[in-house]
Design a protein around this ligand. Structure first.
Ligand code: NDP
Length: 283
């Protein structure tokens, strides 16, 4: 029977560390500031954005949401970002995805100054991550690494399989695991023999967005299973992994909810605090 990786409690420990760093910044006259920009009215995005704001406030940070109408032009959005780039009270900027189809998400990511790019999507941060250099690491991948480390299982030399190759989740996780010396395979919708590949993984990360797609027979006995997926089935949240059967065979597994989600938001706060520390040092 797998040990459940308790994302809430690991996030709570990280929170304590952040509180101390925020206090230190405050003593130096700096309040870490986070601004989330939401374009449009997507209900899931609205929930995510307001939980980020709430968490910032709970940590005594500045947390602001800029809500823009769905018809906002790319140019107007970029103008808003440029104002925030120049605003000393904002240390981290995040544009909630997905954006309406008329806006090019890559152009938006490039508009955020790399020092304030707490989602790690600017090409400078993405390139530094590729090269294994210090950079802003995307929040969900960063959280997944903390969850894997929390098991005490050594990553070096292990076989890791990542299912999903998005720029924000799958690819950065693969890079982070490779930098920690795992042997990494990335799978996606065109992968042949997915079950066979997945079942060889000592560390299996599922970032697909397909409820319950990963079954027991796709999991190696004793594996660390990180379920990034957030799916809603009949109003209930569930992951990409068939949790009840997977926990019978995995060594460690994250639940949904209560696994990757709480860590993602805490990593966003950590990136903002880190950004504030660096920007204060460079003053
Ligand atoms: P994307 O839709 O951008 O990527 C999904 C990936 O899954 C793609 O690479 C796709 O392959 C692959 N895929 C889809 N279907 C299959 C299949 N049948 N077999 C194998 N691979 C498949 O999603 P994201 O990376 O943004 O997010 C993934 C999931 O994680 C979503 O459920 C999302 O809600 C969740 N999420 C959770 C977060 C959290 O905090 N817990 C944060 C961010 C995301 P291809 O590239 O070939 O299309």
């Amino acid at each position: 029977m797998a040990q459940i990786i308790d994302g809430k409690s690991i996030a709570a420990t990280e929170r304590e560390l952040l509180v101390a760093r925020i206090e230190k910044l405050k003593a130096a006259g700096v309040i870490p500031g986070l601004c989330v920009i939401l374009v449009g009215e997507d209900p899931a995005s609205l929930t995510y954005v307001s939980s980020k704001e709430k968490m910032a406030h709970a940590l005594n940070m500045k947390g602001v949401i800029h809500r823009l109408p769905a018809e906002t032009s790319q140019q107007e959005l970029i103008k808003q970002i440029e104002l925030l780039n120049a605003d000393d009270s904002i240390h981290g900027i995040l544009v909630q995805l997905p954006l309406p189809p008329h806006i090019d998400a890559d152009a938006v990511a490039e508009a955020i100054m790399p020092e304030k790019d707490i989602d790690g999507l600017h090409p400078l941060n993405a390139g530094r991550l590729l090269a294994g250099r210090p950079c802003m690491i995307p929040c969900t991948p960063n959280g997944c690494m903390e969850l894997i480390r929390s098991t005490g299982v050594s990553i070096s030399g292990k076989t890791a399989v990542i299912i999903g190759r998005s720029n924000i989740v799958g690819k950065p996780i693969a890079l982070l695991l490779m930098h920690e010396h795992a042997t990494v395979t990335i799978c996606h919708s065109r992968t042949k023999e997915l079950a066979k590949i997945a079942s060889q993984a000592d560390i299996l990360v599922c970032a697909i967005g397909r409820p319950g797609m990963i079954k027991k027979e796709m999991i190696k006995p004793g594996a660390v299973v990180i379920d990034v997926g957030i799916n809603r089935v009949n109003g209930k949240l569930c992951g990409d992994v068939e949790f009840n059967e997977a926990k019978e065979i995995a060594g460690y597994i994250t639940p949904v909810p209560g696994g990757v989600g709480p860590m993602t938001i805490m990593m966003l706060m950590r990136n903002t605090v880190e950004a504030a520390e660096k920007q204060n040092m460079n003053k």
